[in-house]
Design a protein around this ligand. Structure first.
Ligand SMILES: Cc1cc2nc3c(=O)[nH]c(=O)nc-3n(C[C@H](O)[C@H](O)[C@H](O)COP(=O)(O)OP(=O)(O)OC[C@H]3O[C@@H](n4cnc5c(N)ncnc54)[C@H](O)[C@@H]3O)c2cc1C
Length: 291
């Protein structure tokens, strides 16, 4: 590893100013579970690491009845998994976290790092997008809020500018008559990243039977998380039958772009997506109709 400057700002403003000063040659360091590997492999050779762990405004999980669940960028996977507040408001997040990586990574890795790495083989982005989550971002001279979906540009590439820090993820309260289901599939017990992960959120209309809004988000089967928009649109105004769920799974499997690798062939991953979307849709629908 090359030598680098090591900096420990205590405010977001200070961190953004440092990032600006190094003009793209500095990297934000949170839990380090992703960054350390890439630095050891020589893929990143930053001139400086800006360790954000001492910035208290990036910590903690809060719930506001209007805004929703506010998750600080430094919240670890393990905190999300074990938080009583998260379990009460969005159990889908605690359940998903139980399957993320292993306990060591869950203790080190943060929500901010998970999203800001732009790594495609992850779990949280699909769920946040299906829940219409927003990302709060601070830079050296502006703040902005974007849908989580707009963070992702390409493999390991996000829309964060070189002086920007992801500060918080905000998940709005789930609309009435809604339910979400997330299912991930790993092709091997020794490979701890998913082969595919699918989030389906359904919101029913006032009849309590027909689908008003659907979100179908496919992860690990493309450079970025994918919204299966045609499959989503095909559900609007309809009651979900097993046959419609099957057709929706098939449609969604054609809207992603999986690559063949050690986690499975392209054909295999499409088949997994088809099955997971069908199952997740059926479960979400059953829960929403009986709520
Ligand atoms: C063995 C292993 C298994 C894994 N399995 C899974 C899995 O099953 N599911 C899953 O979802 N993930 C998995 N991961 C990925 C893991 O969740 C991420 O590595 C972790 O969340 C990254 O967080 P971090 O705080 O360690 O990030 P870091 O390594 O500190 O940073 C990652 C990247 O994000 C940038 N960054 C970090 N925080 C911010 C911020 N707030 N603002 C702007 N930029 C920032 C850094 O500059 C860097 O480029 C796995 C990782 C490993 C090593």
């Amino acid at each position: 590893m090359r030598n680098f400057d090591y900096l420990e700002p205590v405010t977001v403003a200070e961190a953004c100013a440092l990032l600006k000063q190094y003009a793209g040659e500095a990297k934000v360091f949170a839990g380090g579970s992703h960054l350390t590997i890439l630095m050891k492999q020589g893929l990143y050779q930053p001139k400086a690491l800006v360790n954000i762990k001492k910035i208290s405004e990036l910590k903690g999980i809060k719930y506001d009845a209007k805004e929703g669940l506010c998750i600080g960028a430094l919240v670890t996977h393990r905190e999300l998994e074990t938080s009583a507040l998260v379990r009460e408001k969005f159990p889908v997040l605690s359940d998903a976290e139980r399957e993320v990586a292993n306990i060591r990574v869950r203790n080190m890795g943060t929500v901010g790092g998970n999203l800001a790495s732009g790594e495609p083989l992850t779990d949280l982005s699909q769920i946040f997008i299906a829940l219409d989550g927003k990302a709060k971002i601070s830079g050296s001279n502006r703040e902005r809020i974007i849908p989580v979906e707009e963070l992702f540009i390409d493999f390991y590439t996000t829309s964060l500018a070189e002086d920007e820090i992801l500060t918080q993820v905000v998940v709005p309260p789930l609309p009435v008559r809604s339910s979400i289901e997330y299912i991930r599939f790993s092709s091997s017990s020794v490979v701890d990243k998913p082969s595919a992960g699918v989030a389906v959120r359904l919101t029913l209309d006032s009849s309590g039977n027909a689908i008003q809004t659907a979100r179908i988000v496919l992860g690990c089967v493309g450079a970025t998380p994918v919204r299966a928009r045609q499959a989503e649109a095909s559900l609007a105004g309809k009651e979900l039958t097993p046959q419609l769920a099957e057709e929706t799974g098939s449609a969604a499997s054609q809207e992603c772009n999986p690559t063949s690798d050690l986690r499975g062939s392209e054909h295999y991953k499409r088949a997994i997506v088809r099955t997971l979307v069908k199952r997740a849709a059926m479960t979400a629908y059953k829960r929403a109709t009986s709520a």
